[in-house]
Design a binder for this molecule. Structure first.
Ligand SMILES: [Zn+2]
Ligand SMILES: [Zn+2]
Length: 334
């Protein structure tokens, strides 16, 4: 296993273009871990193919699509507003019941338990695009081959490596919170719920077992696959393709990628996010759709969220790269 001391010792040498010093030492996860991850990753994707085959010539039942849309929103906001903006970055304070509800909703997205998710993401911000980053597309260097291999690693490959991110070090506040420990322990049960709910709803609405099964396929597996790949695209594409209007830390190559804005609920304004990670808004410019920020605003109006870190226009402008300062990188955020 690669220890963090190992990384600390050698990441100082990183020049921004060569493969990370630890890249060649990558160790695969154990067989059981690989099998479990493969099931979680591949099964929903296979379901998409099965779903398309079944739907061929028949179309898709409207109920299945509505159920899929509703569960995509619940789990998607759980990840973006809950796991990411609230629990990783503390962009606002939520009422205790809302904090738990968001952690439960995010857990139903099949992206790992809440404590591990937060620890990995905080580590990504601590070492963005340099040795120590758990999922940087620059891991294998900036040659064409290295870049393609890095994209695959950042999207999916990193899930199959033995590269533990200790929560005690990166997210000690969560294991200290009994409610979050309970939600993390319930992760397998919440995954089962995430698949069971659409099956039962489809069965109840259509009155047939077949109706339950197609709902399970579309609103269960296919919905999970779509959200997984959208989230992983933020890790992969949103560090390679797109614009970089704001200054970020040295080596940080996060980008804003508009085509993913709606599906990612605003998370693809990733350069805006990396320029000030604790800010509740990622789409900092006008017309940058940011549904997650909209939901936080609604929570604030209802009195469920307080201490929201809304953007400060002056600070946003100071971080904006101008023609003159293009390429200059300043320190910002944790
Ligand atoms: Zn990032
Ligand atoms: Zn973040």
């Amino acid at each position: 296993m690669i220890t963090s001391e190992h990384i600390l010792k050698r990441r100082e040498d990183y020049d921004g273009t060569s493969p990370f010093p630890t890249a060649a030492e990558q160790v695969s996860a154990g067989r059981a871990q690989t099998g479990l991850t493969a099931t979680i990753v591949v099964l929903p994707f296979v379901a998409l193919g099965t779903g398309l085959l079944l739907a061929w010539g028949h179309g898709v039942v409207l109920t299945d699509l509505l159920l899929a849309g509703a569960l995509y929103m619940v789990t998607g906001f759980g990840v973006t507003v809950g796991f990411h903006r609230l629990l990783t970055h503390g962009s606002f304070t939520a009422r205790p019941w809302l904090r738990i509800a968001l952690a439960v909703a995010g857990s139903m997205s099949f992206q790992g338990n809440v404590i591990d998710w937060v620890a990995v993401h905080r580590r990504h911000h601590a070492f963005t695009d340099r040795p120590g980053d758990p999922h940087s597309p620059y891991r294998y260097g900036t040659s064409l081959y290295g870049q393609l291999r890095g994209l695959a690693h950042a999207h999916l490959g990193w899930l199959f490596t033995d590269d533990l991110t200790p929560a005690s070090r990166y997210a000690p506040d969560l294991p200290a919170d009994p409610a979050m420990v309970r939600v993390a322990r319930a992760f397998p049960a919440l995954c089962a719920l995430s698949l069971g709910l659409p099956f039962l709803a489809g069965w109840a609405i259509s009155g047939s077992l077949y109706g339950g099964l197609t709902a399970f396929l579309w609103a269960g597996l296919v919905r999970i696959a779509l959200l997984q790949h959208v989230t992983w695209s933020v890790n992969s594409l949103c560090h390679v393709v797109g614009s970089r209007p704001f200054a970020t830390r040295r080596h940080d190559r996060s980008t804003n990628l508009w085509p993913l804005a709606v599906l990612s609920f605003g998370e693809s304004w990733h350069n805006g996010h990396h320029s000030e990670p604790t800010c509740a808004v990622h789409g900092l410019d006008r017309h940058q759709i940011d549904p997650a920020a909209g939901l936080i605003r609604l929570f604030e109006r209802l009195g469920w969220a307080t201490g929201v870190r809304w953007p400060d226009p002056g600070r946003v402008e100071r971080r904006r790269r101008t023609g003159l300062s293009e390429g200059a990188r300043t320190s910002a955020g944790p």
